[in-house]
Design a protein around this ligand. Structure first.
Ligand SMILES: [Zn+2]
Length: 299
């Protein structure tokens, strides 16, 4: 194939934007598993906080439901949804957009979705681990004597929740604790003959899309959750640093080992192994998110 045709193929098939997360199916699966781990008082507290969020009406519309479990699942994709929303801005690169009533911050915070490590294992870029710890702190009641008014505290909690649901999912995706040298697999092009819709993509996008189709909701989502919970046990809870390091160690298994005529190619064995890792990580993220929320809200 001529260089021109190769370039044409890639520019046609490759997703032109950087990928940032498990796709929506992955996040809804994680959130649905987490919801089942929560006590009734914690579920009620979270449902009330999400109902106060300025984008609650959008979640109702997208999920066609006011059921708190479905709203919780929908809220988990909010940090990705705001990437294409003109009310939000790219911090560090653009001037701030007008404040949104009820929301303390309307930056897109793309660096919160990942960390990249250098060859020595040091964090080179990104803030996912730091932000998970900070956002969980925001859920705690204010210290006695705090000057924070209750409306401000309520806004903080409604803001922190969708971010926390999302980032605990992302930190379990191996490519979100990726190698700085290839921007977490965003700069690695692969061929996937098993995906007729997207036969060429970045390695990062391949991993983001493993959990299932992005429109997964309702009964099919519940069925997938039940299947996953049957297949994988509850993990050790660990802590944020452990979740991060586990993902980074999985990178050795995350790159295709065979080469096609042009690019590294996804084989049947590799696809099976990658799906297995993705599904197990989703279950681990779900249990851990549930426990993190329950412990934070009840301490
Ligand atoms: Zn993300």
């Amino acid at each position: 194939m001529s260089r021109f045709l190769i370039t044409l193929c890639f520019s046609f098939f490759l997703n032109p934007t950087q990928a940032y997360a498990w796709n929506a199916a992955g996040h809804r699966l994680v959130a649905s598993i987490a919801w089942q781990q929560l006590s009734a008082p914690s579920q009620d507290f979270i449902a009330a906080a999400l109902a106060r969020h300025p984008d609650y009406p959008r979640w109702v519309k997208k999920s066609h439901s006011t059921d708190p479990a479905e709203i919780f699942a929908e809220a988990s994709t909010w940090p990705d949804d705001i990437r294409n929303d003109p009310r939000f801005y790219n911090d560090g690169r653009e001037p701030a957009t007008a404040p949104i009533a009820g929301l303390p911050d309307n930056a897109r915070h793309k660096r919160w979705h990942y960390v990249d490590l250098d060859a020595q294992g040091e964090v080179h870029n990104g803030e996912i681990d730091v932000q998970i710890k900070r956002l969980s702190q925001l859920l705690r009641p204010p210290p006695t004597g705090s000057a924070l008014r209750s409306t401000q505290k309520n806004e903080q909690i409604s803001y922190a929740l969708p971010w926390l649901l999302h980032l605990v999912g992302d930190i379990h995706q191996p490519l979100h604790v990726g190698r700085n040298s290839d921007a977490g697999g965003n700069e690695v092009e692969i061929e996937n003959p098993f995906n007729k819709r997207l036969p060429f993509s970045s390695l990062h996008t391949f991993w983001d899309d493993l959990p299932g189709p992005p429109w997964l909701r309702g009964k099919r989502l519940a069925k997938n959750v039940a299947d996953l919970l049957d297949r994988y046990p509850a993990p050790e809870q660990g802590n944020v640093a452990q979740w991060r390091n586990e993902s980074h160690r999985l990178l050795d298994a995350a790159y295709p080992r065979e080469n096609g005529s042009l690019l590294p190619i996804v084989s049947e064995t590799f696809l099976k192994e990658a799906r297995e890792i993705a599904h197990r990580r989703i279950v681990e993220a779900g249990y851990r998110l549930g426990n993190l929320l329950e412990n934070t809200l009840t301490q």
